[in-house]
Design a binder for this molecule. Sequence first.
Ligand code: LMR
Length: 325
Amino acid sequence: MLSACEKNAYPEDHEQLSEEERIVIRFSHVVGEDTPKGLAARKFAELVKERTNGYVEIQVFPNSFLYKDGEEISALLNGDVQMIAPSTSKVTSLVPEWQVFDLPFAFESFEEVQEYVKGPAGEVLFKKLEQEGMFPLAFWDNGFKQMTNNHSPLHMPADFSGLNFRIMASDLLSEQFELLDADSQVETFDQVFPVLDKEQLNAQENTFSNIVNKNIHSVQDYMTISNHGYLGYLVLINNEFWKNLPDDIQIIMLDTLREVTEWNMKFASEINEENYEELQACRCLEIHELTDTEKKQWEDAFIPLYERFEERYGASYIEYLPKYQ
Ligand code: LMR
C-alpha cells in the first residue's frame, strides 16, 4: 500500500520537471572517468536516469573536481554531496576497523575480498559506516596495488630503505612503510603525479589502472608486481538523504547498483590486466615480479602489523579473513 501511494507521489512526465522538482544526487569521486570507479559511477547514473524516466538525476563529478580526499567525507556528512565512493583506506579516520583491508597480503583474489565483504565481519564493518551517518550501498573493486619508485628495484624488504612513499590517509599504511625502514607522506590522489614529478617524494603504491590513468609510470623508473594490498571502494550515500528517498526509488537504485557492481567486478580485472600489458609494452619502467621467496620475506616483515591490528581492534576481523578460514 505504502509503496503504491509513494509511487504516485511524483509526476510521471519527468522531462518537464525543473531541477528543483527532480531528485538530484551529486556523486563526487577522485579518479579519472576511464577507471573501474569512474565508469561504474557513470553507468549507474545513466541507468538510474533511464529507469526513473529522468526523475532521478545522478550528477557525477570525477577527478577531485568538487572535493578531494579528506574533503569528500565531510562534504557527504554535511549534505554538500549525496554520494561518494572512497577507497576503504580513506574511511579509516572515522571507522579504523576498515584498516583490515590495508593489511598487506590480507587477500589473494577478488573472490576472497567478496567472501569477506559478504561475511559476518564485512556486515559489522558496514554497520559501523551507517552509525557514522554514511549508508553503504555497494562495494566496488579496483584491484591490487603494486609498488613503484624512481630509485632502485624492490625485491627484498631491505630495498625499501631511503624511499619516501605517497600514501592514502591510513595509519596502517604509514606503519607498513615504517616497518620497511621507509618514510611515507599522506597526499591526496590529485597530488600523486605532481609530488612524484617534482621529486618531493620518490615512491608510491597503486593499482595498474590508477598508475596508467594518472600517468604515474612516466615519472617512476621501477615497478614491483607485488599485489600486496587491495584497493576497493565503498559506495556511500548520506544516511538522512537515503532514509528520505521514496521506497520505489531506493529499490531502483539498489537493483541498479547490484547490476553495476557485477559489471564493475568483471571490468576492474579486465582493465587492470589491459593496463599491465600497456606498462609492459611501453618499456618506460623496469618491471619486477615478486618471487615466492621474496614474497615470504615481505610477509614476515609485515607480521607486526597483524599483531598491532589485533591488539587494537580484536582478533575477529583477522580470523575471518578467507586465508585463515
Ligand atoms: C588513491 O588515493 O590512491 C586511490 O584511493 C584513488 C582511488 O580512489 O582509486
